[in-house]
Structure formats: C-alpha cells, structure tokens
Write a protein that binds this ligand. Structure first.
Ligand code: ATP
Ligand code: MG
Length: 398
C-alpha cells in the first residue's frame, strides 16, 4: 500500500472522543478534507469528515452494530452521518468522478485513496490522515499550506470546467490560507472561466460569497476577484472595494453582511436580496444596514438607539467610518456600548386609562407622544410623558 508522506504527533483531533468511537468501529477510515488541512496547519478544527473504502451499506451496518446512531444524509453521493458523543461525524465512501457537467459530478465508489484525493479541489484539501497521525499527501498540500499557496489538484482549467464553483472556492481558501502571490495558473484559469460562472445557482454563489466575506481578512481575495472579473460577474453591485478595505483596516467585526453592505453602498437591498436569494433574516439585516448613522446631535443618537437598537447602530458607525464620514466613531461606539437603550415608557393601556375609548385614536396618540419623546432625546421619564398624555387628552377630549 501507498506509504504516508509524513506523520504528525500529538494532535488533539486524534483524541477527540467522537473520532475515537467512530474509528474503533471503522479502523480503516481516515480523516479527510478540511480537518486534515487545519490539523496540519495547527488551526482549530471545525467539522470531522472521514472517508472509507467501505460502501455506505457496510458503513451503516457496522456503525449500528457498534451502537452508534447513523443517518443516511447523502447516500446518493456515498455520505452518512454518525452521531458519536453528541457530535456529527460525516463518513463518505471513497469516490472518483465518472462524469461532470460544470457543477454536479456523477461518481463511482472506489477503494483507491489517491483517486479520491485527486477529485478534491485544492492540494491543501486533498490530504488524508489516519488515527496515528500518518498523513497521505499526494499533491504537496503540506508545502502549499506552509507557503500560503492555494493550488488546484491537476490542471486548473480542467478542474474548473468540471465544477465552476471551484473558481469561487479558490477565493474562499485564498482568503483564509493564502499568503503572498497567488498561483498564476489558477488565476489565469479563473479569468478564462468567468463566463461559465453563470451556471451557478444564486444559493451557491451567496454561500461562497458569505464564506469569503467572513474570513478574518478578505481584502486580498476580493481584490483578486475584482482583477479576474469574478466580482463583476457574481456581485456587480460591489462598487466600493475601498470601503471594504477601510472597514477591515478599521477593525470592524468579520461580519459578512456588514462587509457586503460596505462593498455595495448603492445597491437596492430588495433586488440584491432577491438576486442572491438571501434569507429573510439576512435581508432584514441588510436593509437595516442601509440606514445611515444619524447626522444630528445627542438627541438624534438617543432616538436612533431607542428605535434601532445598539447592534444596528454600532454597525452603522462602522459603515460611516469606512465611508470616510468625519466623526469620532470609536467614541460613538463606546457611547453606544455604555448607554442603556431608551424605552418609551407608555403603553396603550395608559391611554385607555385616561378615558380614551379603544380604537385607532389610541395608537395615534401613542405615536405622537413617542415622536415628542424621541425629539426630546428619549430622556423624559414616565411621569413627564404621562403629563403630556393628560394635556393631549384634555386639549382634544377623550
Ligand atoms: P471549511 O472549513 O470551509 O468547511 P472544508 O475543506 O471542510 O473547509 P467543504 O466545502 O466543507 O470545505 O468541503 C470539504 C472537502 O470536500 C474539501 O476540503 C474538499 O476536499 C472537498 N470538496 C468540497 N467541495 C468540492 C468541490 N466543489 N470540488 C472538489 N472538492 C470539493
Ligand atoms: Mg467543511
């Protein structure tokens, strides 16, 4: 059998109880993909993905016989999910591609580890590791990781034509693992593949964009996306890269929606959300981000804090700062963090208690009082607002 390329000692992932349990039942299984990459890089590991030469039926039967619950989560492509120690572990039968169409592959099972590695996208993602820390690394993944190079396994143009999503995945991994000059062959192939990106569904595009924008520092990846024409193809609304750069340089949180808002300051939120198929919650957040930081004095800020809440208002300060609007935005964020959110002190019941009959007038009176309260800087306590209420009712009749 193919000998391992090197061995890693004292890896915490190998002591992970979920891994140990599944491995005890499937001793031939190896860790694959992102968890090996991150183990080799000495980074924290997100998901545990295993591969095995056994066919899925065998994997399921063996795990069940060992008392490990298993769910056939993706049988069509050979994946089952075991739940060990309360943690999901994906186990996929080794595969090779039989046919590809630019997005989906028809796969056949194989027992050849190298074949399975060869269909993976990048050298850093194509290593596998056994329970002793032996790593098989056919394509130089460890060196590429050490040098910060994201390199396709095989010919970049061929690999992208098999699955255009890989052109976007390149930037996801470049943002997280890339350092220095990117692989020129990869960039040339990506540039040539831009027209093919139209095959990708909006959901896939947004899911990749989100991951790119969630990287600690996506500036260089986004710059390369612009340079290759990928950015204009998948996110034509991204007209303000300098704002993304300023946002990241200023230390704003690594929030993909905040970064999207900075990149696309003029975008029609509804249309962008519809095009990228954002979730309802994402759309609402992006819409809130389109509301600029208040321009006025302390009263305007207190009113904004009351109506928008600290999180949205803080986000607005980051965007204002990235846009270059003058102001001491750091001080403003400190003020938001230190200021309790003002709460309008009256309810409908208070209006009814003054003798106003139930009906639309109750809401109208409340809204007017709340406006006055906000204009006064949301400072006035219940007693003052109640006095205004009594004055209103006295002036206009119950
Ligand atoms: P992350 O930490 O971002 O999840 P990951 O490496 O786990 O990184 P996934 O998208 O979860 O990335 O994919 C898991 C593995 O499957 C990859 O490491 C790679 O080996 C392989 N892979 C996933 N998608 C593709 C693809 N489109 N083409 C080729 N290989 C792929
Ligand atoms: Mg993953």
């Amino acid at each position: 059998m193919d000998p391992p390329a090197f061995r890693l000692a004292r890896l915490p992932v190998l002591d992970d109880p979920a891994f140990r349990r599944v491995h005890a039942a499937l001793p031939e299984a190896r860790l694959v993909g992102g968890c090996v990459r991150d183990a080799v890089a000495g980074r924290p590991i997100a998901d545990l993905d295993l591969a095995t030469p056994r066919v899925p039926e065998d994997v399921i039967a063996t795990l069940r016989a060992a008392g490990i619950p298993v769910v056939p989560t993706g049988l069509a492509h050979g994946t089952v999910t075991a739940v060990a120690d309360g943690r999901p572990v994906e186990i996929t039968t080794l595969r090779r591609d039989v046919a590809t169409d630019g997005r989906h592959a028809t796969v056949a099972f194989t027992t050849d580890w190298r074949e399975d590695a060869a269909r993976r996208d990048f050298t850093i993602n194509a290593m596998s590791m056994d329970a002793e820390g032996n790593v098989w690394d056919w394509f130089g993944g460890r060196d590429d990781l050490a040098q910060g190079v994201v390199r396709f396994v095989g010919d970049p143009a061929t690999r992208i034509a098999e699955d255009y999503l890989r052109a976007l995945r390149f930037f996801r991994f470049h943002a997280r693992y890339g350092r220095g000059a990117p692989d020129t062959a990869a960039l040339a192939a990506i540039r040539a593949a831009v027209p093919g990106l139209a095959i990708l569904s909006a959901e896939r595009v947004w899911s990749e964009l989100k991951r790119i924008l969630a990287a600690p520092d996506p500036r260089e990846a986004v710059r390369l996306m612009a340079e290759t024409g990928v950015l204009a193809a998948v996110l034509p609304e991204a007209v303000a890269r300098e704002r993304l750069d300023a946002l990241v340089a200023g230390g704003a949180p690594a929030d993909p929606l905040l970064r999207l808002a900075a990149l696309c300051p003029d975008a029609d939120v509804e249309r962008l959300a519809e095009r990228l198929k954002l979730s309802g919650a994402e759309t609402a957040t992006l819409a809130a981000l389109a509301d600029p930081a208040p321009a006025g004095d302390e009263r305007a800020w207190r009113a904004a804090l009351a109506s928008r809440g600290p999180e949205a208002l803080t986000a607005a300060t980051w965007l204002a700062e990235a846009e270059g609007r003058p102001g001491d935005w750091a001080a403003r964020r400190a003020w938001i963090a230190a200021t309790p959110r003002p709460v309008f002190p009256l309810r409908g019941a208070d209006v009814l208690a003054e003798g106003v009959p139930p009906g639309p007038r109750v809401g109208a009176i409340l809204a007017a009082l709340q406006r006055r309260w906000a204009e006064a800087g949301c400072r006035d306590e219940a007693e003052t607002v109640r006095r205004w209420l009594r004055e209103t009712v006295a002036a206009t009749g119950a």
